[in-house]
Design a protein around this ligand. Sequence first.
Ligand code: G6P
Length: 490
Amino acid sequence: MAARRKLIVVSNRGPVSFTRDEDGNRVARRGGGGLVTALRSLVAHHDVTWIASAMTDEDRTVAEEAGGDAIEEVARDGSLYRLRLVSHDPAAYDWYYNVVANPTLWFLQHYLWALAYAPDIDRGLHHAWDGGYVPVNQAFADAVLIELDAQPDASVFFHDYHLYLAPRFVRDARPDASLGHFVHIPWPEPNLWRVLPEQIRRAIHDGLLANDVVGFHANRWRRSFQRSSRDLLEAECDFDSSICSWRGGRTFVAARPISVDPSEFEELAESEPVLRLEAELELRRPEFLILRVDRTDPSKNVVRGFRAFEFYLDAHPEMHGRVGMLALLDPSRQDIPEYAEYLGAIQRAARMVNDRFQRNGWVPVDLRIEDNFPLSVAAYKQYDVLLVNAIYDGLNLIAKEGPLVNERDGVLILSENAGAHEELGPWALSVNPFDLEEQAQAIHAAIDMDRGERRARLEAIREYVRAHDVGAWLETQLEDLDRWSAKAAR
Ligand code: G6P
């Protein structure tokens, strides 16, 4: 493990968020989603100051009490880190998160639009950009600059699509700073970016190219970014060395798939809450359990997953009563109409399968809409088939987490459009996420596969994930930063 060093981690969602319970006591809740899950272990190994948005009223109170300074926080494993919560103007934050970042950038980068119908680039988007995305990024950059004043030798590590502009603001003020940015979601091909107004798409690329290193989970996203930087910005990108030169600086573009902390999962798998929930699951589980664990995000392709299961049940009446699909879905971004509608579509699709097939107490789809991490880990242990059929996904950590703790030689069905497919493809059953028939057949193939082959595939994934854990990912990130921080070159 590399020596401890000073890191300023910057992400919209922080590792914890505060609320008050019924008795008025302050409680901290773990932040959800892949990014925070993966980065949590960072604080054990380095001196981390984490800068994140204050999202709840209680977060804002915490920020106020701190008088604009960072607070000391204790991670689950007891390590200390500093947390600086940035309180934004609520209207600006709403524009940034609910108009630009999620329904626009996330949708664009996951190819979620049917372009004949959406998006309309109207005055609303321009307002949201100028009055939301830009000032919130500026506020993040200001917080970084305050931290850099106090710890000038710290490296700054930006994350994700919420923060494409902040690196340029920091770079302009601190030409020598060591800046890295990790994009956890796909990078689409250049022409799709042309949906956005020129000034916006250029600002996004210009902001990212203010970093010394820009990382992606997969080579296909890395290559796309280089192509779009060249096509839309006329940056000079050398595909062999993976370096883009722009405005006198140079940026190394890396493919560095993130991973998990295997020991954390192995420990969790034996923890009391997980064992209790597992016992409950075991009591009621079908003979063959197909599992999916996701946020209720349109990119996760939950509705097609249910339809594929329906096709499978149509083709295999002999399996009725013996197989079930458990869908553990964390309700996500429900202030955004597209997400609220998608949750409705998920519920309707599950209902349709159940109405068609349920009998004698057998309910084929068990749909649970809740954020329950211990239950997900319990279900990871119990699945026979893990379905990850995302439309597009930067990586997909579920595909790594599940196999680590599974105890039934479970088979992974994996979308060819998930970044993790570049690593785990050889041991998974690959599917085209749009091809329902292929997914139905993959479910059959997984259930039908002989035990020896299932075990060999599972063991291979496990071995791979153990050898490429989140610790290794972090070390590589830091090596990249050290190597490419162009202190003198700017
Ligand atoms: C994905 C994104 C993260 C995001 C997470 C949860 O993993 O890459 O940046 O934090 O989803 O989404 P939310 O909007 O709830 O933060």
